[in-house]
Design a protein around this ligand. Structure first.
Ligand SMILES: *Cc1c(COP(=O)(O)O)cnc(C)c1O
Ligand SMILES: [Zn+2]
Length: 436
């Protein structure tokens, strides 16, 4: 079913900009996850030169250990993702700090833990980022690498948030963007693109078709590519959410991390982050991943359940950010879930809407559907006894509910609407069980 989806192999030989750039002392190379071929980690690298496989940035953990510690980390004033620069593919000269990305809130919510029947629950709210999703972490990284590559235009295709985060982060850095979104992308996200001045192409088709068109266009015009399947640096940006979670837990890891999964770049990035910390001796154990997909679109979870290769699926869910029928980071995501001895769980749209209400009413966190899906999956995993009652869990909220108010209203319902008169208020209260 997926054989026709073979990617063209991109190899854009961007030259390293000379002035001010030094080698990244912490980075060894970019290794192909399929054939093991090593590549110099130049800012413009895409996929494996030899076999077209995806690349993974490899670090020198001895160097990292020698240069950073818990105490050094904790003493830093920098409250953004760049606080972890030793773990990132940047140099001290990289011009990182455009928007304030990362440093998102982390809440312990004992009453929800009790309600779900688990020992501890923490919510990591990544909707509190400059463009209101976790994707800012990847886009901020993409902008840095694009500038190092000497590019003036970045492009991507996206279900919405990769696009809006790229548009915002690129605007802050003075770069031009071309952005391809499927027509169904919610208005909130499209409005972000327009206000950030992106060149927006709304494609009358699925995300899959949108992706293919963008790949062709990027190839044709030689733009810097922010598609997560192609650009190995994006995962490095996304992994900073894991680094932050570890620090916010004071380096004492929980048993599980619940994450919603579309292309699979986020869950793979989270896993990479924990593995990097583990390899550098900064955490003493690795958590297990809880991979959450929508019932109507769960190709990766299905592959784990059946033990077979993944197959494309239709995109039947209101959680647009994870409506990904042909996942672009399947190899890395499946590897991460398996290596962590992870748990997979699929949730219905009703369960996602219920989790939006739960996060809203239970802890004042406003999530978009895909942002709440992780919490929906965690709740379901607890109910199905896929995780034990003494489990400690972090659930990552990946995007803000303000991006998709139509679905928020679907989750929460409509307010009482009356004429400005007391007798109407009394009548409305009587009907709804309000005060007498
Ligand atoms: C992109 C996205 C995800 C899933 O990330 P993938 O890397 O596609 O798996 C989840 N939630 C939100 C809000 C997103 O924007
Ligand atoms: Zn290869």
């Amino acid at each position: 079913m997926t054989s026709l989806m073979r990617e063209p192999v991109f190899w854009i030989p961007y030259k390293r900009r000379e002035e001010g750039m030094r080698d990244m002392k912490n980075v060894i190379s970019a290794v192909c996850i399929r054939c093991g071929e090593e590549h110099e980690a130049l800012p413009g690298i895409t996929t494996c030169r030899k076999c077209g496989g995806m690349l993974d940035i490899q670090y020198d953990y001895h160097y990292i250990k020698a240069n950073v510690s818990h105490a050094i980390m904790s003493g830093r004033g920098e409250g953004t993702m760049w606080r972890y620069r030793e773990f990132l593919p940047v140099t001290p000269e990289s011009s990182c700090r455009k928007l304030r990305v990362g440093g998102s809130p982390f809440y312990e919510v004992p009453h929800l833990a009790e309600q779900m029947g688990i020992a501890k629950l923490y919510i990591k709210d990544d909707g509190i980022n400059p463009t209101a999703s976790l994707k800012d972490r990847a886009s901020a990284m993409a902008v840095v690498k694009a500038q190092e590559a000497g590019a003036d235009t970045i492009a991507c295709s996206s279900t919405g948030n990769a696009a809006s985060s790229l548009a915002g982060n690129a605007a802050a850095a003075g770069l031009k963007t071309y952005i391809f979104v499927p027509e169904r992308a919610p208005k909130g996200k499209v409005s972000q693109l327009m206000i950030f001045g992106a060149n927006v192409i709304s494609v009358k088709g699925s995300y899959e078709e949108t992706f293919r068109l963008s790949a062709e266009a990027i190839d044709r015009w030689g733009w810097y590519n922010r598609n997560a399947a192609i650009n190995p640096y994006l995962m490095e940006g996304k992994k900073t959410v894991a680094l932050e979670i570890a620090e916010q837990l004071r380096w004492k890891m929980t048993d599980y991390i619940a994450i919603s999964v579309g292309d699979g770049c986020t869950i793979a990035g989270v896993w990479k982050g924990f593995k990097d910390l583990y390899a550098a001796g900064m955490i003493d154990r690795l958590p297990r991943l809880i991979s959450v997909q929508a019932e109507g679109c769960c190709p990766l979870n299905r592959a784990i359940e059946t033990g077979k290769a993944w197959e494309a699926m239709a995109e039947n869910t209101l959680a647009d950010s994870i409506a990904v029928g042909v996942p672009r980071n399947a190899d890395k995501a499946l590897h991460a879930i398996r290596e962590s001895n992870g748990v997979v769980v699929n949730v219905s749209d009703e369960e996602i809407l219920a989790a939006m209400r739960l996060l809203g009413t239970g802890c004042g966190v406003f999530a978009e559907p895909a942002g709440a899906a992780g919490t929906a999956g965690l709740k379901k995993a607890a109910e199905l006894k896929l995780i034990p009652t003494d489990a400690t869990v972090v659930s990552v909220v990946t995007g803000s509910g303000l991006k998709d108010v139509a679905n928020a209203m679907k989750a929460a319902g409509e307010p009482l609407t009356i004429e400005p008169e007391m007798n109407q208020l009394l009548e409305a209260f009587r009907k709804s069980g309000g005060p007498r």
